[in-house]
Design a binder for this molecule. Structure first.
Ligand code: CA2
Length: 145
């Protein structure tokens, strides 16, 4: 049976492609998910994608990953910079974790420079636009394959 990768997106990322294209590009979250889904299948993996604006839902999904996923790709949105609870959930997960930010958070306001999630992540991509999700997935395919 194929191994599963969870693609988890946090608050406001449902608006991708609808606002601020100069920062986040013009692809929608659906576009990103379709591309990642295709790439995962090419690499022999299943992809399960979810987005939520609610911290508890993201934590519940990370808990589900403990039994269901070999890797997580997560863009926690603004919770990146605030959520010890998401870090705690990821610390209770044994698989691979890749943190993705569409924008280069280090080139932006100083409150975006710190990430709680990076303390757990096996890799961090920032500033590669939405291609960052596919780059993270390529790395997972090469590690799991
Ligand atoms: O660069 C990233 O991917 C971020 O995780 C995006 C978060 C931001 O708070 C982080 O500092 C960096 C914000 C997501 C908001 O997404 C939108 C997308 C399109 C239009 C409006 C918001």
């Amino acid at each position: 049976m194929s191994q599963t990768v969870f693609l988890i997106n946090g608050p406001n990322l449902n608006l991708l492609g609808q606002r601020e294209p100069e920062v986040y590009g013009s692809d929608t979250l659906e576009d990103v998910t379709v591309r990642c889904d295709r790439l995962a299948r090419t690499g022999g993996l299943d992809l399960k994608a979810m987005q939520s604006n609610h911290e508890g839902d993201l934590i519940d999904m990370i808990h589900r990953a403990r039994d269901e996923a070999a890797a997580i790709i997560i863009n926690p949105g603004a919770f990146t910079h605030t959520s010890v609870a998401i870090l705690d959930a990821l610390n209770a997960y044994d698989g691979l974790v890749f943190e993705v930010h569409i924008s280069n958070v280090h080139k932006r306001e100083s409150f975006r420079h710190h990430s709680y999630v990076s303390a757990r992540a096996d890799g961090v991509l920032a500033g590669f636009g939405v291609e960052g999700y596919e780059l993270a997935l390529r790395r997972i395919i090469s590690l799991l394959g």
